[in-house]
Design a protein. Structure first.
Length: 211
């Protein structure tokens, strides 16, 4: 039997985590079994247990990685408060609404994570806290703790707004909800409006978005 080196093993694990993350955010944590998850990664079922002890172990690892990736993307935006404004616009956008598989794990999975084992919820807590801390540091560099509660509540509002926009079958109404949510988030944080304040509009009607 061939033995693979450490780099191959790590790359394979990373591929499983990436494809499982997309599948979970699209279909839910209980929407796919191990066979489907491994098929997405182009691997056999037998390879699963070389990397994870159970599906619950995979879920915990995916949640941790998804939040770490979200933080890395946030860090790639403009420095300081400008980056927070960019985050709000990107998060509360029709593109993010319409593509959950490549988006925020909180908006896609939060209701399921609350019912997960404590280990997964601890991983979620740590990852979410890191994102909130980054927001708070950008908002109040001299005293991040003073902005932490506001940052947490605004991010929670953004998550809820995106979840509701995804649930609506009326695209124009969903667009209005996203615009209003982005505007209120900026106002709560004392951020300037974007250069173009034209609301999102879509020509599609009910039932037109991918699910």
């Amino acid at each position: 039997m061939a033995r693979y080196g450490r780099e191959h093993t790590e790359a394979t694990r990373a591929r499983i985590l990436e494809t499982a993350g997309r599948r979970f955010k699209k279909d839910g944590l209980d929407g796919s079994g191990i066979a489907t998850l491994m098929g997405d990664a182009g691997l056999s079922n037998g390879a699963f247990y070389a990397h994870f002890a159970s599906k619950a172990d995979l879920v915990e690892s995916v949640v941790s990685q998804e939040l770490a990736g979200q933080l890395a993307n946030f860090n790639g935006l403009s420095p300081g408060r400008a980056g927070v404004a960019e985050l709000i616009q990107l998060y509360l956008s029709p593109e993010h609404r319409d593509h959950p598989a490549s988006g925020c794990p909180s908006a896609a999975l939060l209701d399921e994570i609350t019912r997960c084992p404590e280990g997964t919820r601890r991983s979620y807590t740590a990852g979410m806290a890191a994102i909130v801390d980054e927001m708070a540091t950008r908002l109040a560099p001299a005293d991040p703790s003073s902005a932490r509660g506001t940052a947490a509540s605004v991010f929670a509002m953004m998550v809820g707004t995106l979840q509701m926009a995804r649930a609506l079958t009326d695209d124009p109404l969903a667009d209005e909800l996203l615009d209003a949510g982005a505007r209120h988030a900026r106002e709560l944080l004392g951020l300037a409006p974007p250069p173009s304040s034209t609301p999102h509009r879509t020509e599609n009607t009910q039932g037109s978005r991918p699910r």
